[in-house]
Design a protein around this ligand. Structure first.
Ligand code: AHR
Length: 313
């Protein structure tokens, strides 16, 4: 045992000797911007050199960035995959170069399971389920036509949040999703798609609730509803995901109802897992799950806004 311990300690790697390449999706949402800021500060706290490549929403840019990180011989790669398919070839290249890959906040298809060390993500089906359960409970049997703003097409979180919501409303025939379209996780697109939903649904009179796969799209949708003379938060219920400060501002103003929190700190647990793996070979679980918490207008939104607004959002 002593010999093994000695052998391990001589090969031990210090956190401040590690260089990690992070292929980040872009800056489509307030949550994403916060994740980038928090990743930098979590790396700094541990003395890790974190190199971030912004893919501007394009998978081809992420693939190029991963290849560049492999060529540079980084110690590990963090990947927030914009979509879930199309990673096998490039992740095999990283594996052949013996560079561990850790997924952050989104998943890839199960076919790629052996190509990464661990994934730090929330349970995004559960997030959709929590959002749907809240709506079902709030409605208490009242008939409700829901419009849905989906996230980026092909992103694991968009597929899963849609499924979770559908699971929650299944068996509640009073709740129906009457329109569902992507708003690409952005405020601008969320507003634009909501405007088209309002037009198509009797000027908004036929809409009882909006479900958005993130808060940014909901903030855009709230704007569209207000411009159409509707009252989000009272006439039209809202539920979305992320818990960014601006949704709490809207809740405090009575214009939003509920959000499911997604922590922007994916890098902290990923770095801890990586450091343990590099230092003493500790293999992390395949999935490091982050928490999902429901907030409603009853949770003192002004105070939550104050506590969150300086956290990198
Ligand atoms: O993958 C996480 C999602 O990506 C966030 O919920 C959304 O805001 C972001 O764009």
């Amino acid at each position: 045992a002593t010999a093994v311990a000695c052998a391990l300690s001589t090969t031990a790697v210090r956190a401040d000797e590690l260089t990690v390449g992070f292929s980040q999706i872009g800056s489509e949402s307030g949550w994403r911007a916060a994740e980038t800021t928090v990743s930098k500060s979590e790396a700094q706290k541990r003395g890790v050199n974190l190199k971030i490549a912004d893919a501007q929403q394009k998978q081809e840019n992420q693939i190029k960035a991963i290849r560049a990180f492999v060529a540079q011989g980084v110690d590990a790669i963090f990947l927030a995959p914009v979509v879930s398919t199309g990673w096998d070839t490039v992740l095999k290249e990283a594996q052949e170069a013996e560079i561990p890959v850790i997924l952050l906040d989104r998943d890839i298809d199960p076919s790629g399971k052996d190509l990464y060390l661990t994934a730090v993500t929330s349970d995004s089906v559960h997030e959709g389920k929590v959002a749907g359960d809240w709506l079902v409970q709030t409605l208490n049997g009242k008939p409700c036509n829901v419009v849905e703003l989906q996230g980026t097409v092909g992103a694991s979180v968009a597929t899963n949040r849609k499924k979770g919501f559908e699971d929650a409303i299944a068996g509640h025939s009073n709740v129906k999703v009457v329109r569902s379209q992507t708003g690409d996780f952005t405020r601008a697109k969320g507003k634009e798609v909501m405007e088209s939903f309002i037009k198509a649904e009797g000027g908004g009179k036929d809409i009882c609730a909006v479900y958005a796969h993130n808060d940014d799209m909901m903030v855009g949708a709230i704007q569209a509803m207000k411009e159409a003379g509707l009252k989000p938060g009272s006439e039209i219920l809202t539920v979305s995901i992320d818990a960014v400060p601006d949704i709490f501002k809207a809740m405090a103003a009575g214009e939003a109802n509920a959000t499911v929190e997604l922590t922007p700190n994916m890098a902290g647990p990923a770095l801890d897992a990586l450091i343990a793996y590099k230092k003493n070979g500790t293999v992390p679980p395949k999935w490091i799950q982050t928490e999902s918490k429901l907030y409603t207008a009853a949770d003192n939104p002004q105070a939550v806004y104050e506590s969150k607004k300086d956290l990198g959002y």
